[in-house]
Design a protein around this ligand. Sequence first.
Ligand SMILES: [Zn+2]
Ligand SMILES: [Zn+2]
Length: 357
Amino acid sequence: MILPDPIGPRPDCAVAQVEIEPLSGNRLATPAETQPLKIAWGHAISIVAVHLLALLALLPWLFSWTGLILAIAGFFVYGLLGINLCYHRILTHRGVTLPKWLEHTFATLGVCCLQDSPARWVAVHRMHHQHSDEQSDPHTPLVHFLWSHIGWLFVEHRQHSRYFFYEHYARDILRDPFYLRFEKNLFWLWTYVIHAALYFLAGLAIGWWSTGEALAGVQFGASLLVWGVFVRTVVEWHNTWAVNSVTHLWGYRNYETGDDSRNHWLVALTAHGEGWHNNHHADQRSARHGHRWWEYDLTWLTIRLLEIVGLATHVARPRLAPVATAASRLVQPLLDLQAQSSAELEADRLSGKTPAL
Ligand SMILES: [Zn+2]
Ligand SMILES: [Zn+2]
């Protein structure tokens, strides 16, 4: 059984082979609810502060191989499992179901990416799907590339803090007390702060214990904090934001979706499959975003693994068949020839003829 689509496709979404089209020159104004523009101080301060803290990685004193390894591992543990798999494919689109304990664990990893609480992330993203590349889209690049990538986060959106916004777009999420708790007293933000402190304290303890020097402990703890938390957070931010900006501007399209979504290989690589964004807009429920065999989708491979071991159920597969590409059109005559000769052989077999050798 597949769960019902929490959003549903746009009515103008149709399956068709389309050529790469240049964007029209039409620009959009920022959403009406953002005008007149007012700075969202909470977001602005945290985004600037974490970027500055990540720049501390340029100091050799704050480098450690352990910190670097933790940063790289974190792209997969927090980014893939927390944001791409849980926030996006599970909570927003209900493309796959996990046991609640595992879903909540992955959601907590998502919270540790400092990309807003689960309910708010889901609500904003569902709003994006419902109004893709229209003025009401919270982050369309039809306003400006920088607006879609980062600018929208710096500006207050009057709807995003209102009750009916959550009621309309994330009621199912907030029915779960686990997710509701993150909304109270900025608990989602404190979760991030606490996990960052744990990185530092673990490094401090290990460094101090292994060398007997407090300063060495501070240095090691700070390296884990800067690399394992701040650098990882900033890189994951830009990976996610590139899906909003780059894949609505550049790349190819497999489907006519009524918006400007595109498939971009580099974003697919850095955001673990999320860059196949045109495929995703065409078939939002599908837990698999890479529709062609070469559209590498690490989040999907992770879902398959979870399905094989019995942890993932109700996995929504693509409803749409990928359309022909230039490469497949070259191969198609050979496939047709092979199919024709197979059919002739079968006809000969049925009529009792012996095929000529
Ligand atoms: Zn989506
Ligand atoms: Zn999109």
